[in-house]
Design a protein around this ligand. Structure first.
Ligand SMILES: *[C@@H]1O[C@H](CO)[C@@H](O)[C@H](O)[C@H]1NC(C)=O
Ligand SMILES: *[C@@H]1O[C@H](CO)[C@@H](O)[C@H](O)[C@H]1NC(C)=O
Ligand SMILES: *[C@@H]1O[C@H](CO)[C@@H](O)[C@H](O)[C@H]1NC(C)=O
Length: 251
């Protein structure tokens, strides 16, 4: 009886092993390091997608030249962005010139960055899968940013928006700081809210929503980043899961 019992157990555990591995695969975490190469302080924000739990940090200060790492579940989807020109107002509320999440605190606590903001988007699939990542300027731009996979395997390419779109931003898209300088560049959809820029209404399909004179300004500066809703798919990058990532502001 005992022999039969252990044989049964052995068979059972062999059958279950792949599932057990999959369950355990979710337990490791991915380290995302944020590096600030800008000559000014950045306050990164984090937002988990699809109603999933927020990360251990949803916002922090990153001085010029500083770096900081946070752990992200190996199966995760969400976004990161940089906030600029932040300060505490007279009521002690934390507020930023660009990318503000309106939480009144350094932590965003589940709130996203108010556009225009350069977005770093991730979908991590966990053991055996593929990670997907991109830089999106669909909601506009505020700070140059890059994503560097640290796994070093084939296909794990850097994607970057290396140029300062604020410097070439047309007046009608510009977000200005208190000193009058351009600190963000809205997408045409955000600034002008017209169907041809938002790919809505009669323009609600990839073949009906070509690049516009406005989206081309973003694409010229940052060819690897999404410049509008139906931008070509070459802006999504792929890397086999399991590696860490570096997010660099002002790469
Ligand atoms: C705002 O106030 C908090 C809490 O006192 C402090 O930690 C932070 O450094 C201040 N931030 C700025 C930008 O002054
Ligand atoms: C990744 O970079 C390599 C080397 O520059 C290039 O040959 C390859 O096409 C790139 N892959 C993707 C998916 O962009
Ligand atoms: C883009 O095209 C629209 C419509 O022709 C025009 O009104 C606008 O001034 C142009 N903007 C830029 C930045 O070229």
């Amino acid at each position: 009886m005992e022999v039969v019992g252990s044989l049964f157990l052995l068979t059972l555990s062999t059958l279950l092993l792949p599932d057990i591995n999959l369950i355990h695969a979710g337990a490791y975490s991915v380290s995302v390091t944020f590096k600030n190469n800008c000559p000014y302080t950045i306050w990164p924000g984090t937002l988990s997608g699809g109603g999933t739990p927020q990360l251990s940090s949803t916002g922090f200060e990153l001085a010029s030249k500083a770096s900081n790492s946070i752990d992200v579940p190996s199966t995760w989807s969400g976004r990161f962005w940089g906030r600029t020109k932040c300060s505490n107002d007279t009521n002690g509320k934390f507020i930023c010139g660009s990318g503000d999440c309106a939480s009144g605190q350094i932590s965003c606590n589940g709130a996203g960055g108010i556009p225009p903001v350069s977005l770093v988007e991730f979908t991590l699939s966990g053991f055996g899968g593929n990670d997907f990542y991109d830089v999106s300027l669909v909601d506009g731009f505020n700070v140059p940013v890059s994503i560097t996979p640290q796994k070093g395997s084939k296909g794990c390419n850097i994607t970057s928006c290396p140029n300062d779109v604020n410097k070439v931003c047309p007046q009608d898209l510009a977000l200005k700081g208190s000193d009058g300088s351009v600190i963000g560049c809205k997408s045409a959809c955000l600034a002008l809210n017209q169907p041809q820029y938002c790919c809505t209404g009669a323009f609600n399909a990839p073949d009906k929503c070509p690049p516009t004179n406005y989206s081309k300004i973003f694409k010229d500066q940052c060819p690897q980043a999404y410049s509008y809703a139906f931008d070509d798919k070459t802006s999504t990058f792929t890397c086999s899961s399991g590696g860490n990532y570096l997010v660099t502001f002002c790469p």
